[in-house]
Design a protein around this ligand. Structure first.
Ligand code: FAD
Length: 381
């Protein structure tokens, strides 16, 4: 029997393998991954510095340990180059690998904005353990880090760097941190608390050029400002990896399109995680991956199961200003109602009837999370 093949060993790939193995210990399973196949929690990458955790200490299990645990073949540093859904096989360069069922869990790629200057190629991004190891060795012994993007990952890195004695300057075209997740009052508190830690903000402007300058970089901003930095980190967001899926003729939109059963437009081909778009939703976070992995594990074991999502809050790892968000659905109609107090902002997104559709909590207001969660509608019932 041909194996179930999973492409990718991130939280999506490994969790679906684990869920499958809870129900089916027999079906041959092969995991093909472009990276080293270590099992690790990616969210730890943006708070490992202040915890004094070296990159090598982050993985919970090696690829060999995962292969043993999962009774699977794990092929590391191996990139799938093509998918043939009619012949039911994937290509790894010249080699082909037949599958009975295929799971696409190949994640997302960093969005790169066009930046000029002779240092643009040295701008770093972090979306994997390998990236993070490079970043940590680059900042070792250095002092100044320019961060492009004040979204979730940019803010978390800024907090982690500043709390670890680095000088962090953050640039964002928007006027506040977490512009897509926080209403202005919440953004203002986060901005103030991170500034108190030493973070320098440059809002309402982008990066024009990054030029080499005596062993460091000169970052020129659209508003005429200049940042002198030893390292430049770009954290402006991710876009699902679509190339392989598109070349294989699978339906894609923002992500690889799947239905509630995580099934793509081709038979026996499934997708989940950062690469997938489930009923129009691209949710590049851990909680949706865990729910999707559980449903898909059951389906792969022969018990066809649809995924449903409860409300899934995201804890922003900015200890300088604890922040929890549960954003309203993109199409939700309503308004933010904001209550501010010292060290606290509670923002509730409610519809015309006063029903809670989302929230953003900063500082002391985060203690209300559990109560508010009970009132939220599910993301996918
Ligand atoms: C710094 C950081 C902090 C985060 N913090 C949080 C947080 O606090 N809370 C939260 O909910 N979410 C957080 N996230 C998001 C969360 O970590 C991701 O949604 C999740 O890890 C994505 O898992 P994935 O398996 O879909 O993708 P990935 O982890 O990107 O895995 C993709 C896998 O596919 C492999 N691959 C890709 N192409 C190929 C190919 N052609 N052939 C073979 N293998 C291939 C890669 O090597 C990799 O193993 C954070 C993300 C980052 C970057």
């Amino acid at each position: 029997m041909d194996p179930i093949v999973i492409i990718g060993s991130g939280l999506a790939g490994y969790n679906v393998a684990r869920e499958l193995r809870k129900l089916d210990k027999e079906t041959p399973l092969t995991i093909v991954t472009a990276d080293g196949g270590e099992f690790y929690s990616k969210p730890m990458l943006s708070n490992a510095l202040a915890k004094r955790q070296a990159p090598a200490a982050i993985p919970l299990n090696s690829a060999e340990q995962m292969a043993h645990q999962l009774a699977a073949t794990v092929r590391v540093r191996t990139r799938v180059t093509a998918i043939d859904t009619a012949a039911r096989r994937v290509s790894i360069g010249e080699e082909t690998l037949a599958y009975s069922k295929l799971v696409l869990a190949f994640g997302a790629a960093q969005i790169r904005v066009p930046i000029g200057g002779d240092g643009a190629g040295a701008v770093m991004t972090v979306n994997s353990l390998d990236d993070y190891a490079r970043f940590r060795s680059a900042i070792d012994g250095k002092q100044r880090v320019a961060v492009i993007g004040a979204g979730l990952i940019g803010c978390e890195f800024a907090n982690d760097l500043a709390a670890s004695g680095y000088e962090a300057e953050v640039v964002d075209i928007a006027g506040q941190p977490l512009p897509r997740l926080l209403p202005p009052a919440g953004g203002a508190l986060l901005q103030e608390k991170l500034a108190a830690l030493g973070v320098v903000w440059h809002f309402g402007t982008g990066v024009r050029t990054v030029d080499r300058d005596s062993g460091a970089y000169r970052v020129a901003l659209g508003d005429g400002g200049i940042i002198h930095a030893d390292i430049v980190l770009s954290a402006i967001g991710l876009k699902p990896e679509l190339e392989l899926a598109r070349a294989a003729g699978l339906a894609t939109a923002r992500g690889i399109m799947v239905n509630r059963h995580l099934q793509t437009s081709a038979p026996d081909v499934y997708a989940l995680g950062d690469c997938a778009e489930i009923e129009g939703l691209v949710l590049p976070f851990v909680m949706p991956i865990m729910h999707a992995a559980r449903a898909l594990g059951a389906t792969l074991a022969g018990n066809r199961t649809a995924v449903s999502y409860p409300a899934m809050p995201v804890l922003v790892k900015t200890p300088a200003c604890p922040t929890i968000v549960s954003p309203p659905a993109p199409a939700a109609v309503g308004e933010w109602r904001v209550e501010t107090a010292a060290e606290s902002v509670k923002s509730l997104f409610v519809d015309a009837a006063g029903k809670l559709l989302g929230f953003a909590l900063n500082g002391a207001a985060t203690s209300e999370r559990a109560k508010l969660m009970k009132e939220l509608p599910p993301v996918l019932a």
